[in-house]
Design a protein. Sequence first.
Length: 768
Amino acid sequence: MNAAAQRPLLADRLDGSTVLVTGATGFVGEALLHRLLTQVPGVTVATLVRARGSTSGAARMGALLGKAIFADVVKAAGGIEALLATRVRVVEGDLSDVPELPRDLDAVVHCAGEVSFDPPVDEALRTNVVGTRDLLARVAEVGPHVHYVHISTAYVAGRRRGAIPEGPVEHAVDLEAELTWGLAQGKAIDDRSRTADALAAMRVRAERDHSRAGLLTAATATEERRRAWVKEELVRTGTERARSLGWTDCYTFTKALAERVAEGFAQHAPVSVVRPSIIESALSVPYPGWIEGFKMAEPLILAYGRGELTQFPAAADTPVDIVPIDHVIAAIVAVLGEPPQPGDPRWYHVSSGGRNTLTFRGLYERVRTYFLAYPFDRDGQGPVALPDWRFPGPASVQRRLDVSERALAVADFLVTRLPRANRARQVAGSLERQRDQLALLRRYIDLYAEYAKAELTFTDASTLALYQRLAPADQEAFAFDTASIDWDHYVVDVHCPAVTSPIRRLDEIRRTRTPSGTVGPRSLRQDESAVAVFDLSGTLLSANVVESYLWMRLHDLSPRRRLTEIARTLAKVPAQLVAERHDRSAFLRAVYRQYAGTRLADLDALADDVLAPHVRSLLSPEAVRRVEEHREAGHHTVLVTGSIRPLTRPLAALFDHIEAVELSVDEHGVCNGYLTAPPLVGESRAAWLHQYAGEHDLDLSRSYAYADSHSDLPMLAAVGHPVVVRPDVFLLRHARRQSWPVADWPAPPKSSRSLNAAGTTLGRSRTL
């Protein structure tokens, strides 16, 4: 028998040991837990798991073990509870407050940490550095025999070039000074956000965007902007600090500092540092393509397959160092089986670039090959056209992006000032898609540009030697020699199908759904506690306040005076549109002041006897159908409008209650040009709705609202089921951000848009 065959198996070396795994609910931790439970039967695994809300750490671990990849080991153990009682222990806690660890530990594998490329600097330092230090303090309490395996990243090398050895990163960063500075940034930047100048700038912008909805809505938007600015500034500060010291981003910077903490611990305990490169789906274990969540390459692959990523800022020959998750886990198990001596830490690169290089062009060509064979469908319009990457270089991509962003900003300024119409919404939708595409490219440049130009080669001599020291049976069971990976097979046959299959399933589900905003009556449950509240102009009725005023005004004028009145009214429209954007209440008051001198009874008669057919002819059939569906479901139906009461009279049969503008009259019933109360617009509609629901014992969380204007945002937000109907640009964007349904209730195909809707059938009763 040769010497290799006589080498002890990993299962025998680790038999009877207890291994603590942090981050077991994450991608790497879950894969490690699976491998230990299925292939190292003598190991007991302790897991550090924090509670989440009312769900305990033990319950979270039970849910994890309920996943399909653990089915065989759970069945063999006699169920999840039996497995938890025999081989899996749960230590409740997390890195922010590390609890006392079991005293029988033999090894700790630290997989937990902040893995985002652009975390806020204080959070990254707290999790990656302070969390590691606190964990090691608890490990030290157990004893100096515990083998500490620190999972890091190969990219702790930072902005270096060339060959990167398996050893400590050379730097002279003052760890304690960086911690003191970085942990204080949360409060420092938050304080900066609360200065008068900063708040004034954010408030002015919010009020400009949201004044139509109301000042409280603008105040909420101001605070949202402030919080977003704080987070963005914490991210930017961390990124700039990292790059000023020679790292690509805050993630790699804080992981490098965490390694320095581990190096200090290695002076008196066995320490191994495992540095994977870019971890992607499994090559074979637990099954080909197994992956949890989106990692680094998946968003790029999907964006390319959807035709959204037109270029990428990488040189064609730059290495992209990818390694399958099962290779990483196999290497970690092998490292566990070979602890070093205290004072002699070991580093291991689990990477592919040194001996099996995959370049960005090589990855691109393989991904393109896959999508040419299995393209995404463009909403039933045929295969998505794939971009042709020319790899012009980061500087060229950056210039093109800058020009496109400036052009989009100009187009966006113009479209938000167009009159509301289907064409404006179409243009806004097109701009929104362009904005999403540019934002996607901008994010990829910001996140990945440093990696795309990282001309690094991670040497893996120590890792290869570790593999070669394994017994032949272990080399087969725990394969992690990345030189054996066939990239054609892995990318085209394994990884791309794994990445795209859940998206294809979602696309299929989406195609079978009823289009947004056109849900049928079966979607409405019988519920007498629900209210369905509808706006009128632009939602149910394809007319606006100025049109309805002219209906009333023109009916008793001569043809010549009608033309004069129309010209006079239309001349005011541009100024009224500007005023309406800033203060809809003032706009409505200005229009309704022109009813001064009119008998209210005449307006009622005009609406009942003449205008009723015209008003009903302008109602969207789908809108009327929807109101009737709510009535059939037992919902309370309400119309809330800024139109005057007489114009709502033809709609009385559709609604349980109509809330409209009341014109003020004198003792003779003649309108005096004023209103009896402020018109319900913006936040006042939401306030009225809350009051109405309280008085009638209605549950707004189970209720519906339909509106078309950004000014109706507070009312829409007040209910559990908001629907926007032919919205203006601002509301359309908000609806898409909130995933609200967007309905298109077209006007009747034969409706008349005559401004002289009443004709001349009524005798002249007054002069406007």
